[in-house]
Design a protein around this ligand. Structure first.
Ligand code: ISL
Length: 558
C-alpha cells in the first residue's frame, strides 16, 4: 500500500522560542548555547524535529520576525558557530533542525530596504513603494498589529507597505530579483545542513498589483486582497521547484485564514504541511481584536474534523493548539487551576492521536500556564503594546483597566515567559535578570519536579511520543468520528488496513463526569488500554465508561 509514508509524518516537532528557552551566558536572554545545554532534555522527551523561532540578526521589534540579516545570528543568541554546534548536537541525537523563514517582509534595517529607499540599482523595487500625497495612504489596508498598513518614507518621499509593524516592510515578490535573492538565501541555509523550514505568513506574499481598497466593514481592512493573493501558488511552486525539490527537507507554511481547498493547493505546490488556524478562532469575539468568547466542544470538533477529513487523501495536517503567538493551551482549552495536570494531559492526547504531525510548543509538555501581568509595562510584545496604545489613542477604550482581562488573555507574551526548568531562582532559566517576567507558578510547575514524578505531565508526553513512534495506526490511521454532537466528550477512531488495526480515543473536555457509550457498530474482540491520564482503568469494559474530569483514554481494539 502506498499511503505516502515519510519521516516527517512520523515525527514529533518541538517548537523553541529561543529568547525564553534557556540562558547560558547569564544576560537574562535565552540563547543558542542555552539550547545546546538542553539537548539531552529534548532527546529524553523523544522529539524528532526542533523548529527554532528566528535567531537572525534583527532590531527585534517583532521578536526577530524583523530580519536585518538572514545570514547572521543576533548577538543576543550567540554566533553562527553556536548555531552550527547546536545543529551538530541535535543531529548527533538524530533530531532534525528546522528554521523559521520570514520571507514576506524584512526589517527596515535590512540592507535591501536601505538600498531600496535610496532607489539604488536593482533594489529600487524590492518593496511595495507608491508615490503620492503624504497625507493620503495608497489604500485602506490595515496592518495585523493595528493601524494603517502604509507608512510614508520621508527619504524616498513615497509610501511603503507593511502588513505588520512599520519596521517590517513587505517584500515585492512580483520582482523576479526579490525571488532570486530569497531563494538563494533559503538554499544557503539548506546547504548549512538545516533540515527544513517553517515559512512565516507564506500565504501573504502575493498582493494584487493595483492595490485595491479592502472591504470597509472587514475586521481587518484589505485582508481579502492580501490573504492568498493572486500569484501566491505560483510563487510557492517556484520556491519548491527551484530550491526545495533538490533536497529532503520538511516544510510547513504558516497560513492564517486558509481554507481546506487552499491548503490542498499549497500541498500540491510543494509545501508538506500548513498551519490552519480555524480551530483557534472558535473563542474569538467579533467586537475587535481584544474580544473573546466562550467556545464549545462542537466548534472545536467541527473545525478539527473538517480538516481531518478534508486533508485525508492528498495532503497532511499539522496538529497544534498553541505556539509563540497564542495563549497557553491549558489556560485556553483546559483548566489551569484544579485540573491543570489532567487537562494538560488530555490536550496532549488530542495532539498525538489525530491524523497529522504533532507540534509541541515549549513548556506545554510540563503544563505551563498563562502568567498574570498586572501592569502594562510588564508586557514585552510590541503587537500587544501597540494595539493597546492605539485603542487608548483612538478612544476605543477609555482606560487600560477596561481591556486588562482581554489583553491578559490574548497577549502573545502568554507563551513567551521563560521555560520553567526548576524551582531555583528565575525557574533555572537564567542567573541574570530575565528579559520578561517568570510565571509565578514555577515552584510547582517545572521540569525538575516533573522528571521526578512518574505521573507528571512531562512523563505523560514522553509516553505519548514513544507510543506514536511504535504505533503506525496512530500516525497513518484514518480518522472516524464517533459521538457527532456530544457536548463534553470528543471521541474518534483511527483505523488502518481496513479496520484490522484500530484505536479508540475518548477525551472528556470539561470537568464534568459524563458517561461514554461506545456506538454499537464499533466491533472488536479485545481492547487494550494504551494510555490514559487516570491510573485506575485496566480491565474495565469500554462499552460504557464513567469518565473522570478531563479524562483521556486511548485503547487499541482488536
Ligand atoms: O496569529 C494569527 C492567526 O490566528 C495571525 O494573526 C497571524 O498568523 C500571525 O500574526 C502571523 O504570525 C507570524 O508572523 C508575524 C509574527 O509577528 C508572528 O510571531 C509570526 O508567528 C510577522 O512576522
Amino acid at each position: 500500500m502506498n499511503d505516502g509514508r515519510t519521516w516527517w509524518k512520523e515525527a514529533v516537532v518541538y517548537q523553541i522560542y529561543p529568547r525564553s528557552f534557556h540562558n547560558a551566558n547569564d544576560d537574562g536572554i535565552g540563547d543558542l548555547r542555552g539550547i545546546s545545554e538542553k539537548v539531552d532534555y529534548l532527546d529524553d522527551l523523544g522529539v524528532d524535529v526542533v523548529w527554532l523561532c528566528p535567531v537572525y540578526d534583527s532590531p527585534l521589534v517583532d521578536g526577530g520576525y524583523d530580519v536585518r540579516d538572514y545570514r547572521a545570528i543576533h548577538d543576543d543568541y550567540g554566533t553562527m558557530a553556536d548555531w552550527e554546534t547546536l545543529r551538530d548536537d541535535l543531529h548527533a541525537r538524530d533530531i532534525r533542525l528546522i528554521m523559521d523563514m520570514v520571507t514576506n517582509h524584512t526589517s527596515d534595517e535590512h540592507e535591501w530596504f536601505r538600498k531600496s529607499r535610496r532607489k539604488a540599482g536593482k533594489y529600487r523595487d524590492y518593496y511595495w513603494w507608491v508615490d503620492g500625497d503624504p497625507d493620503r495612504p495608497p489604500n485602506n489596508w490595515e496592518s495585523f498589529f493595528g493601524g494603517p498598513a502604509w507608512s510614508y518614507d520621508e527619504r524616498r518621499e513615497a509610501w511603503y507597505l507593511h502588513l505588520f509593524d512599520e519596521k517590517q516592510p513587505d517584500l515585492n515578490w512580483r520582482n523576479p530579483d526579490v525571488r532570486e535573492s530569497l531563494f538563494e538565501m533559503v538554499r544557503w541555509w539548506i546547504e548549512k545542513d538545516c533540515d527544513g523550514f517553517r515559512f512565516d505568513v507564506i500565504n501573504l506574499i502575493s498582493k494584487p498589483p493595483d492595490l485595491p481598497d479592502g472591504d470597509p466593514d472587514s475586521t481587518q481592512r484589505g485582508k481579502e486582497q492580501f490573504i492568498n493573493g493572486p500569484r501566491v501558488h505560483e510563487y510557492v511552486r517556484e520556491l519548491h521547484d527551484r530550491v526545495l525539490d533538490d533536497y529532503d527537507v520538511v516544510t510547513v507554511g504558516e497560513t492564517s485564514d486558509v481554507t481546506i481547498d487552499e491548503a490542498l493547493r499549497f500541498h500540491e505546490d510543494g509545501l508538506d504541511m500548513v498551519f490552519s488556524f480555524q480551530h483557534l478562532h472558535i473563542d474569538k469575539g467579533d467586537r475587535g481584536p481584544w474580544d473573546f468568547d466562550d467556545w464549545t466542544l462542537d466548534e472545536l470538533r467541527d473545525a478539527t474534523a473538517r480538516w481531518q477529513r478534508g486533508l485525508e487523501d492528498g495532503a497532511w495536517n499539522s496538529i497544534f493548539l498553541g505556539n509563540h503567538d497564542q495563549p497557553r493551551l491549558v489556560s485556553r482549552f483546559g483548566d489551569d487551576e484544579e485540573y491543570r495536570a489532567e487537562s494538560a494531559k488530555m490536550l496532549a492526547t488530542y495532539l498525538f492521536t489525530l491524523r497529522g504531525t504533532p507540534f509541541v510548543y515549549q513548556g506545554d509538555e510540563i503544563g505551563m500556564t498563562n502568567p498574570t501581568f498586572r501592569r502594562l509595562d510588564e508586557y514585552r510584545d510590541e503587537a500587544t503594546i501597540q494595539k493597546v496604545m492605539l485603542a487608548l489613542q483612538t478612544g476605543d477604550v477609555s482606560t487600560f483597566d477596561k481591556i486588562r482581562d482581554a489583553v491578559d488573555f490574548w497577549s502573545r507574551d502568554n507563551a513567551r515567559t521563560p521555560m520553567q526548568w526548576s524551582d531555583d531562582e528565575n525557574a533555572g532559566f537564567t542567573d541574570g535578570e530575565p528579559w520578561i517576567k517568570v510565571n509565578e507558578n514555577f515552584p510547582e510547575v517545572n521540569v525538575e519536579r516533573e522528571q521526578g514524578d512518574e505521573d507528571s505531565v512531562l512523563n505523560y508526553y514522553r509516553r505519548l511520543v514513544v507510543l506514536r513512534h511504535s504505533t503506525p495506526v496512530m500516525v497513518y490511521g484514518r480518522y472516524v468520528q464517533l459521538l457527532e454532537d456530544h457536548p463534553e466528550i470528543y471521541a474518534y477512531l483511527r483505523t488502518l488496513n481496513d479496520g484490522s488495526e484500530q484505536l479508540l480515543v475518548v477525551l472528556n473536555f470539561f470537568d464534568g463526569e459524563p458517561t461514554f457509550r461506545l456506538p454499537d457498530d464499533v466491533t472488536y474482540d479485545r481492547s487494550e488500554k494504551l494510555v490514559g491520564n487516570y491510573g485506575d482503568r485496566t480491565g474495565d469494559s469500554i462499552a460504557e465508561i464513567d469518565l473522570h474530569p478531563y479524562e483521556a483514554l486511548v485503547y487499541r481494539l482488536e
